[in-house]
Design a protein around this ligand. Structure first.
Ligand SMILES: C[S@@+](CC[C@H](N)C(=O)[O-])C[C@H]1O[C@@H](n2cnc3c(N)ncnc32)[C@H](O)[C@@H]1O
Length: 492
């Protein structure tokens, strides 16, 4: 029996719909086909034709025409003029996911199946691991057991800084407009606004109409920040180095705001501070949870979608301290995936350390190139359409316009390639007290209210840049979505 008729016959027999009414383009959902019924239909077709099909066929296709397209596609790859000779036991292209790599390789190294983007599919399949990564890295109780004390510490740093600048919250009468802390540089306007948000969230002030900020009646907790810090690192040693980073700038917040201390010098001028920054991007529990998620995704995508002999081309934007790079490179070597890794940053100052770090990588595994790349500008011609994947951790948020930067990323990708970002999608106040002192945090001119935006904002920006199928994890860990999130945007 001809294959299409076999599907129509099986659908008719399972749904009870007259054979003539089973249209080629009628959506399966309209025919009342649910996943269980799909399995029965496949069984009937398999029995009648002697062919085997993957259980995912009904998931990947919406109607019989799409099934036909998928199967013809497969037949073309076999060089056969007929769709599946009856003698064939099963189609190697469709039988199991690992064989899709042969399929995708032959259709021009696309990372997509004809009807359903493979990357998106794998992303969804990996989602159940997100909770496991959180537990392995110890962030699964962050919101309950770490965040409240961290927020209290941030609040204390702000209260103390404001007091040093003449705004002693304890002395401000409830219901009256807050006196302005004096001497703050104009360039910190957006930061001060964020500090007011934090005081508001702490119940110490209220915003009224016309941008007026009014002191509430809530008493100020007078525990010194130094004591809160000591308690926090003792009670939560796993996060001690992250809080160590906050403790570089927090106690000097007033001086940073007025310009008597230079946050760049504080954070980058000493090796101990630079080490803490590198430590945060590389080993902080929340960074590791995201890196594990990202590298698991890459491992699955490149093991399944790329032909064994093909060299995977990956470019990292804003690779900086290489916190994520380490995880991805280790995974590529471990999975024996041949690669060319283009490590880029707007600043070449990171390259020396990176070169030393990866010097011991086994030569056979692949190669790493180091290139200056400003993602706010059109990429150089040699990069256009070249990469299977572009990744970027905690970088794109620090650019003027998420859509412009993502459009430039899109230009780097070949058809079927994808963009993977790791970005905070929920504000953490301590970030404002560290990175918020740097210009990059407030560069945005694209309508954002804060440099950190949620998944839907990323989705809109990435779609405006020409990406499809923008995904992030929906897994709830300790009451919230993972933070930072791995966000994936596909080209097809
Ligand atoms: C917060 S750091 C993250 C570093 C790195 N991704 C990691 O996880 O270790 C941000 C990086 O983005 C880089 N960066 C900032 N603006 C950039 C731009 N316009 N184009 C490329 N890189 C940029 C910075 O130099 C810095 O290395």
């Amino acid at each position: 029996m001809e294959l299409l008729q076999a599907f129509r016959f099986a659908i008719s027999s399972e749904t009870g719909i007259n054979f003539d009414h089973v249209g080629l383009n009628t959506p399966f959902a309209d025919l009342g086909i649910d996943p269980l019924m799909a399995i029965s239909i496949l069984e009937i077709v398999q029995h009648g034709t002697g062919l085997e099909f993957p259980a995912s066929l009904f998931r990947d296709c919406n109607n019989i025409s799409e099934i036909q397209e998928t199967l013809s596609y497969c037949a073309n790859i076999h060089g056969s003029s007929k769709i599946f000779p009856a003698a064939a036991r099963h189609c190697p292209c469709l039988a199991k996911p690992t064989n899709r790599r042969i399929l995708t390789e032959r259709i021009g190294h696309s990372l997509c199946s004809p009807h359903r983007p493979l990357v998106g599919e794998i992303f969804r399949e990996c989602d159940h691991l997100v909770g496991q990564f959180a537990a392995e890295t110890g962030v699964d109780d962050f919101w309950t057991n770490v965040y409240p004390a961290q927020r209290q510490l941030v609040l204390a740093y702000i209260v103390e800084a404001f007091a040093r600048l003449g705004c002693v919250l304890d002395n401000e009468p409830p219901g009256t407009a807050l006196s302005s802390p004096s001497g703050i540089l104009a360039k910190h306007g957006r930061l001060v606004n964020a500090l007011i948000d934090i005081l508001t969230d702490g119940g110490l002030v209220e915003r009224r109409s016309g941008d007026q900020v009014v002191r509430t009646s809530k008493p100020v907790d007078s525990t010194p920040s130094a004591l809160l810090y000591e308690r926090l690192i003792q009670s939560r040693p796993l996060h001690a180095k992250t809080h160590g980073l906050l403790n570089i700038t927090g106690p000097c917040l007033a001086e940073c705001l007025t310009g008597t201390a230079d946050p760049i010098k504080l954070l980058f001028g000493r090796s101990t501070s630079r080490d803490l920054l590198e430590e945060f991007y590389t080993n902080a529990p929340m960074s590791v949870a995201a890196s594990k998620h990202l590298s698991t995704l890459f491992r699955r995508v490149f093991s399944e979608a790329i032909n064994g002999n093909e060299c995977v081309e990956i470019l990292e934007v804003g690779a900086g301290f290489g916190g994520t790079t380490k995880f991805v490179l280790d995974m590529l070597v471990d999975a024996r995936i041949a690669f060319r890794y283009t490590f880029t940053d707007v600043s070449p100052s990171f390259f020396k350390a990176a070169k030393n770090r990866y010097a011991s990588l086994p030569n056979l595994a692949g190669c790493i190139e180091y290139e200056v790349l400003d993602i706010e500008k059109t990429p150089p011609e040699k990069f256009l359409g070249r990469f299977h994947a572009v990744l970027s951790t905690n970088c794109i948020h620090a650019t003027n316009d998420l859509t412009v930067s993502s459009t430039n990323v899109r230009k780097l990708l070949r058809d079927g390639g994808f963009f993977a970002l790791v970005e905070f999608t929920t504000r953490l106040y301590w970030l404002d007290l560290v990175f918020g002192l740097l210009e990059g945090w407030w560069l945005f001119k694209d309508g954002r209210e804060h440099c950190i935006v949620d998944g839907s904002y990323w989705k809109a920006s990435l779609e405006a840049a020409g990406f499809n199928n923008v995904l992030w994890s929906g897994t709830i860990v300790d009451g919230k979505l993972p933070n930072p999130q791995v966000i994936v945007a596909c080209t097809e």
